[in-house]
Structure formats: C-alpha cells, structure tokens
Design a binder for this molecule. Sequence first.
Ligand code: COA
Ligand code: MG
Length: 287
Amino acid sequence: MDHGARPYRSVLYIPGSNARALDKARSLPTDAIIFDLEDAVAPDAKAQARQTLAQALGEGGYGKRAKIVRINALTTEWGVDDVRALADAGADAILLPKVNTAADVDHLADMVGPDLPVWVMMETPFCVFNAREIAAHRQVTGLVAGTNDLTKDLGCRTRPDRLPLMTALQMIVMAARAARGVVAIDGVYNRFRDGDGLKAECEQGRDLGFDGKTLIHPAQIEVTNTAFAPTQSEIDLAERQIAAYDEAQASGQGVAVVDGQIVENLHVVAARRTLAKAEAIADMAAE
Ligand code: COA
Ligand code: MG
C-alpha cells in the first residue's frame, strides 16, 4: 500500500453494524473503506458488528477498494476481541484508534504478527507530538487525522478555515512524508449535506499534502474524488514539463522553461508523480 501506488482520495467510514451500508459500499466509487467497529458502533452492538463485518469481508465483492478495519482501542473491553475476530478476515490494514505512542502500535503488531499493515488514528495531542516516531514504525503504512477527537481534546473551536487544527494537520502530513511511503488521510467533514463546504475543505486538505479525505456519507465521494485527483490541465502541464526537460537535457542544458516557469529535476519528479497518480486513478476506475 505504498504512497502513490494506488489512490486514496476517498476513504469512506462504514459502521460495521450496518449490513445495508456494508452491501451498498460494494458499488460505491470510493478508493478505500474503513469498516468501523469503534465510534460508529454503539456498545450494545459491538459483538454483532464483529460478526456482520467478518461475514461481509468473507463474502467479498469490494473490488479494488482498499479494505481497512478500525478496531476499538486495545485498552477497551472490545479491542482484543476485535483483533481476534478480524485479523484474518482479509483486510488490507487494521486501523488503531486512540494511539498515543509507537509502543501502542507495537502492542497491536505483537497480536497480529508482522504481515498485516497498521494504520493509525492521529487524534490525541500526545499522538501528534509523537507523529514522527509513529509514522516511522515498521508496520505503519497510513495515518488518519481524527479531527473530531482532536477538536474535543484541544478544546478548540470548529472553524471553516480549521486554523486551530493547522499545526496538527501539518505535523501529520510531515510525519507521513518523513517516513516515506506512508499514506496521510484528512479528517471528516461533519456537515455531510453541505457539498460546497466539503469541496473547500477537500481542497484545503489536498493543498496541505493529504492523499485523500475520510468520509461519512456516500454523497461526499464524488466531490472528494475530484478534489484529490490531478486536473486535466495539471496532467497536460506535467507532460509538457517532462518533455521540455528531456529536450533541454538532450541539448546539454540542466533546466527548461514551461509557461514562464523554471523546470528543474525536482519539478520533473513532481510531474511524474502527478502522472502516476492519474494512472492509478484510471486503473481504479477500470474494472
Ligand atoms: N457507507 C455506506 N453507505 C452509507 C453510509 C456509509 N457511511 N451512510 C449512509 N449510507 C447509505 C444508507 O445506508 C442509505 O442506503 P439505502 O439508500 O440503500 O438505504 C443511503 O446511503 C442514504 O443514506 P441516508 O439516509 O442519506 O443517511 P442516513 O441518515 O441513513 O445516515 C449517517 C447518516 C451519518 C448516520 C450515516 O451516513 C453514517 O452512519 N455514516 C458513517 C458514520 C461513521 O462511520 N462514523 C465514524 C467515523 S466519523
Ligand atoms: Mg476518533
């Protein structure tokens, strides 16, 4: 699940207890699914949700979508049973909530063995301070911003510009990039009927460097997929930059100029990344 190897624009939470939603997700154009056993499932429904989810994963039908199971924290009464029931259910990763330190990840890794990738909810102030160490953990391949929990713990206001969360969001992206190959996913947008607000927040997360956004409702998928995909003009520009740079190199020059802007080696690296992302998205759409 390397960064860049597949798209993670839209990452939809589905309550593990909701059989109808679990089925519906088989036909939704989302890049990844977080099958939730934690906060989307009421305490009384936890045991049943484990069974419903294990059955849905056993039946399959989720195609190329990445399948991530969010368990309850191992410090809760449900976490260990979640691992027992779902570790071998065919998920691509386990998502661990309420993480504070890399040692919390070790605890899960010890239970599931070395081969199941771990994603981490970045949702406590302590966790954000330890982001670098957590992202660098050998088994961690994804970080998910838990912006509702962070807002609660920080005691900050919810603002459209997310200024109070900016340090945390940037530390999450930085930790993922410093670790290389770790996916960084933005938090949810709570007003799920507000498409304009969602679009603005997607674009902000994209501009910060996130690979995609976690979603709570199918109505949010299309806007998110568009916001996190390269536009046609970005793809065209990338192609022209690569061509111009190749030409400059062939004639013994180290840099090129495209649309009045310098193109150096590093811009070509970014351009190739844009094309790889576009290709991965096209591949996702092809059944
Ligand atoms: N994943 C897949 N399908 C979903 C879905 C989801 N997250 N949320 C809703 N749907 C489905 C519904 O099952 C319904 O399907 P149907 O038409 O076949 O009956 C359809 O989408 C329309 O749902 P709608 O009536 O608009 O939403 P709702 O009022 O039933 O539910 C929420 C609203 C917010 C309760 C629901 O979207 C939800 O549970 N989201 C996930 C919450 C979550 O996981 N939170 C934890 C992380 S923050
Ligand atoms: Mg949370």
